[in-house]
Write a protein that binds this ligand. Structure first.
Ligand code: MN
Length: 737
């Protein structure tokens, strides 16, 4: 077949008269020149292939002119002296991306026979593509290759046919492009299983004459009846597809002669209303087969396919009827391409709402397909098919695809291959180059793992590097075995700390490690106390979780306290807004201006005295504040009795608006800041600021500024902090020290 630029132009003109024809002829000339001395297996000039692919892109997928150009140029980077930079110079970055995308896809070959591998491979193809047009061009490319498969040697024919059936036809199906999907399937089937295909096709031929007569009769009758219903429609017999019949014989494990829906007709109407009218007519004249009616108009298939399906008994034989509108039919045939209306820049009506909406629903459905993406809305902003952002697809040296979570490393890969490969991993090569173990894998990487017999097992640091839960679990399990004693010790310590943090009783604490406690642990379904400690130490389980199971009351109380405290806090905040200033009653002075002294910072519950200042009202100090001593001796008569207004402070027991600084001294141990912070938080108190330092004597000094309501709450808090293992002192700091 000879194709000319004019053929491509006229195909485009039929749906996009505003196309950039100038650009297309430039791409045409560039590609023609680049391929000029190359020939296909058929002996024809190579350029015939890109030309044909461009024609498919235009006439069968009706894509924009950029896609048509990219189709013309799709093989130049791989096969000629032109590189991606040249393309970008000549046609701009978008074209370079499209051509680059197709070139990249050309380099991956599917070689593994398993179905799971095929699924991963399909996902990977999409993952490697950030513009769906790349896939569409690739499908057009594959379609032309399949159409000209006869020129290749049989081994290659089989390989390409298999890859097409397992990878490209399902992709076309997913994208809803049935027209291309069917042709890919039917042709590949003939090459891959010639005997089967012949058997089925022969059968269809032989029963065909009879079938054709029935179909012709049915179509005439339906046409008559539709007229009575005032429905205008175009009718056709449904093409029979050998490959789908073959699949049905496999699926139902039955012979071809027992499958009964070969006879099919299609009714295309102008409106949805007419679809249902036509359905009513069909069901009126012929008896429907129960369970065969499907309303894909009301509930479209994930790939946006819409149609009514029913089967009726016609002349004693089952007849399948598909009814849909012309628009639905276009979607059924062209799929995503029907929606992907790439209007030219500056062209008319390129952003009308329904189009955009449909585009989005395509993306949404694609997303549902991969089921991995949680928040689709963000993705909707872009017109990219970056669907598999949470996974990365890489190859083994043998070409098998491995799916891993995003941010995975060669270590994750190694553990996916085999646990022992993970344990003995000492290095990795990506695409032949040595990389560090913390290297983040990228789509399409070929990963080979270097192992060593002398490598005993994973390093603890790996836990910080790896990205997959699977690798983490395997590393932890190994470490737990190897460092069991160490983990038991650290786990026991963590357990005790958590128990104390949650305010557990000292009496109960004494029981830990006794046989009776061990028995209790087993009653709760844990293998043994040591095992529990080892698990905590290894980071498999959190101490608080175990305590929550063993002492449900303790956890419950803490949770209640936290909820209560939060409630109190919001109530208090409301109250505080209503009443300003300290709640202090000054003896004998009405409406005195009161200031809380900063030097000792008294809080409700502290014994206090007032000091009358000149022009600044009454300053309130703690009774034992050293400053008041000097003040008192200075001028006795300026000291005044003050007391807390308990009527109000009673109400605001617990946390409140008084800021207090506390200091906690600890033995120098990791995690102390965390433990003390938890105790404070568990009491429902706000921490305003916190600091930690270590003295030369290896004493840890932690300081917190917290909000409390009165001294009682503060004292309780200090008591609880003192109970923590490792805490040597806990006290209030009055002055800035
Ligand atoms: Mn090609």
């Amino acid at each position: 077949m000879i194709i000319s630029l004019e053929d491509i132009f006229s195909a485009i003109k039929s749906y996009n008269p505003d196309a950039d024809f100038d650009q297309i002829s430039r791409a045409y000339n560039v590609a023609q020149e680049a391929h000029k001395n190359q020939f296909r297996a058929s002996g024809e000039p190579y350029f015939l292939h890109p030309e044909a692919v461009a024609l498919v892109v235009a006439s069968e997928l009706r894509l924009d002119s950029t896609s048509v150009c990219a189709a013309l140029l799709h093989d130049v980077v791989e096969d000629t002296d032109i590189n991606i930079e040249n393309i970008e110079e000549m046609f701009g970055p978008v074209m370079a991306q499209l051509v680059g995308g197709v070139t990249k896809l050309n380099k991956v070959f599917f070689s593994s026979p398993s179905a799971a591998q095929a699924a991963s491979f399909r996902k990977m193809l999409l993952a490697m593509t950030n513009d769906v047009r790349v896939i569409l061009i690739k499908l057009a490319d594959r379609l032309h290759n399949i159409r000209t498969l006869c020129f290749l040697p049989p081994v290659k024919q089989k390989y390409i046919a298999k890859e097409t059936l397992e990878i490209y036809a399902p992709l076309a199906h997913r994208l809803g492009i049935n027209k291309i999907k069917s042709e890919l399937e039917e042709t590949s089937f003939k090459y891959l299983m010639p005997e089967k295909a012949k058997e089925i096709n022969d059968y269809l031929e032989s029963s065909g004459i009879e079938g054709d007569i029935i179909i012709k009769k049915a179509l005439e009758e339906i046409e008559e009846h539709l007229k009575d219903f005032n429905v205008s429609a175009s009718l056709s017999g449904r093409p029979k597809q050998a490959y789908s019949i073959y699949n049905k014989t496999i699926k139902y494990n039955s012979g071809i002669d027992t499958l009964y829906d070969f006879l099919g007709i299609r009714i295309l109407t102008d409106s949805v209303k007419d679809c249902y009218a036509a359905l009513g007519m069909v069901h009126k004249y012929w008896r429907p087969i129960p369970g065969r009616f499907k309303d894909y108009i009301a509930v479209p298939k994930p790939n946006m396919y819409q149609s009514l399906h029913t089967s009726v008994i016609y002349d004693g034989k089952p007849l399948e009827v598909q009814i849909r509108t012309h628009d639905m039919h276009r979607v059924a045939e062209e799929g995503i391409a029907a929606h992907w209306d790439y209007k030219e820049r500056g062209g008319s009506g390129n952003s009308n709402a329904p189009d955009y909406k449909e585009k989005l629903s395509w993306l949404r459905n694609l997303i549902e397909w991969c089921q991995e993406v949680n928040d689709a809305s963000e993705l909707m902003e872009t017109v990219k098919v970056d669907l598999f952002q949470y996974h990365v697809y890489v190859f083994t040296p043998k070409g098998e695809v491995v799916e891993l979570p995003k941010d995975s490393t060669p270590i994750d890969f190694a553990y996916t291959i085999h646990t022992d490969v993970g344990h003995r991993c000492v290095g990795a090569k990506i695409n032949g180059h040595i990389v560090p173990l913390e290297y983040r894998l990228r789509n399409g990487d070929i990963v080979s793992i270097l192992t060593s017999k002398s490598q005993k097992g994973p390093s603890r640091d790996w836990l910080k590097i790896v990205g997959s839960a699977n690798a983490k679990r395997k590393i932890r399990t190994w470490l737990k075995k190897e460092f069991r004693d160490e983990y038991i010790l650290s786990g026991e310590r963590e357990f005790l700390e958590a128990f104390q943090r949650l305010g557990g009783e000292r009496e109960t604490e004494k029981l830990f490690g006794t046989p009776s406690f061990n028995g209790r642990v087993k009653e709760f379904g844990f293998p043994s106390l040591d095992e529990v400690y080892a698990g905590i130490g290894a980071g498999e389980v959190r101490a608080q979780q175990i305590i929550g199971k063993l002492f449900p009351d303790l956890l419950l109380k803490t949770q209640q306290r936290q909820i209560e405290a939060k409630k109190n806090r919001t109530e208090k905040q409301k109250k505080r807004k209503a009443q300003k200033g300290p709640r202090i009653i000054v003896g004998g002075l009405e409406g005195a201006l009161i200031k809380i002294s900063r030097c000792c910072n008294p809080i409700p519950g502290d014994e206090i005295i007032g000091y009358i200042t000149r022009g600044r009202g009454v300053t309130v100090h703690k009774k034992d504040c050293p400053n008041t001593k000097s003040l008192a001796s200075d001028s006795e008569n300026r000291i005044i009795d003050v007391r807390w207004d308990l009527g109000i402070t009673d109400e605001i027991m617990g946390a409140g608006s008084y800021m207090v600084k506390i200091r906690v001294e600890t033995t120098d141990r990791r995690g102390m800041l965390n433990s003390v912070t938890s105790v404070i938080a568990n009491q429902g108190l706000n921490i305003i600021s916190a600091s930690a330092k270590t003295t030369k004597e290896r004493t840890g000094i932690l300081e917190f500024t917290i909000e409390v309501g009165n001294s009682e709450v503060l004292n309780e808090l200090l008591r609880l902090i003192l109970r923590l293992t490792g805490v040597t002192k806990a006290y209030r700091v009055d002055k800035k020290q």
